[in-house]
Design a binder for this molecule. Sequence first.
Ligand code: AHR
Length: 520
Amino acid sequence: MNVKTRAWRGGLAAIWLLISSAGYADTTTNAQITVHSDRPGAIIHPEIYGQFAEQLGRGIYGGIWVGENSPIPNIKGYRKDVVEALKAIKVPVIRWPGGCFADQYDWRDGIGARDKRPVRMNASWGGEDSNQFGTHEFMDFAALIGAKTYLSINVGTGSPREMSQWIEYITADGHSTLASERRANGRDKPWKLDYVGIGNEMWGCGGSMRAQFYADVYRLYATFVHASASAPIVRIASGANADDVGWTDTVMSIAGSQVDAISLHNYTIPTGSWSHKGSATQFGEDEWMATLQGALHMDDLITKHSAVMDKYDPKKRVGLAVDEWGNWMDQDPGADQPALYQQNSLRDALSAAITLDIFQAHADRVHMANIAQMVNVLQAMILTDKSRMVLTPTYYVFDMYKVFQGATYLPVDVQVPTYRYGNASVPSIHATAGRDAAGVVHVALVNLDPHHAETVHMTLPGVNESNVHGRVLTAPAINAINTFDLPEQVKPAAFGGATLKHGMVTAVLPPKSVVVLDLH
Ligand code: AHR
């Protein structure tokens, strides 16, 4: 596409409140998008907006759980500010307790009187775990924020018996000894357990297994996941690391009939090197581009794993659960920083948005995804420091995109300019769309180009709405962040840059921005 643009003169995020398409009349970029509202696709599983909370660093302790006697305002021990923030983005499902931690976790350590619970070494991530946050605390936390429950089962150092007893403890009605123990520990009714993951990263920290061996182990464990027809439990096989389609092939071929979903883990490391991953805040346009390219690789991964799954499951009964994904940067500097703590910038927001776009485009296969992680760990929604809390740019993308949860996916065709940096290039504009249960069409547009505004012309056959409004997330700098002292540097604002006339939307996207439009 022959594209000529004029550099955008940056400004404060608040300026976006004032702009209209006329403000960019000299932007000659011409992105064409068609939203096929006349060709509806699959339902977007709300669970692709799921999250992951591991017992590590300040992910749970200090981030979610402070205990009932804490001076930090809390609801029965859970931070009130964090609970309210998570409720606001409608978290559909939480995966817990790991991660690598899960394959060393003994569920019995985390039940009963809190002052009697053992303190264990956290062999995966360092430090100790007081077990103050255990099964009751997790299940009640999920209920408090309205999320489904996803337990990672200990396969590496556990046993099928421990797993089946844990499940019975949680889900049994009636008078079994385990149900009675749960009642004695303060919970009368069984909880709803929605998902179990049979081990985590079994090729690595979960037990260094080969795929054939794991596939048989999976069959063994899956046999002892007892659930009733009225309270089914989705069984998720521990899946591949990134491109390893051989793992998916083997597990599907040996265990596919007992698998309800298989997982996939993929992290973007800006430099591509685990020994020096890159700073979460001090980076240039090279690492901006590399991170966005890393996020876009998710499309390739899902396409490849899904093609392998198609061989065994052409009707797509088995879901792909991308139950760990996100950006993994160097831990923030500072002696007292907890494990895997990293700041979160506008770059994280845009890479989250384009990853969610990819999940939606594969709505027929991707049944769940869990960003790593929820609070204070990796690409977090929320950061906390003692009594203070800050919502990250990634949080705001989840907030803007929550309208897509449960919507019907609308296929999108894009013809867009290319954004280039050095020898690297990506499409500058990314789009996704869905129609919600009330009939409202929502369209998300992302402009990855940090220098140029882009004018998008969007046709929507079959859409007769006449009003468009939306929100925009952007900031003056690619590495803009929210801090405890300045928590509102990167925050959505009302978007005045879109018009809807004769079934066509024209939107002027600021550089490095995410826009979500609602058509009424
Ligand atoms: O999310 C951090 C870690 O990354 C998880 O514990 C593990 O599963 C993955 O390698």
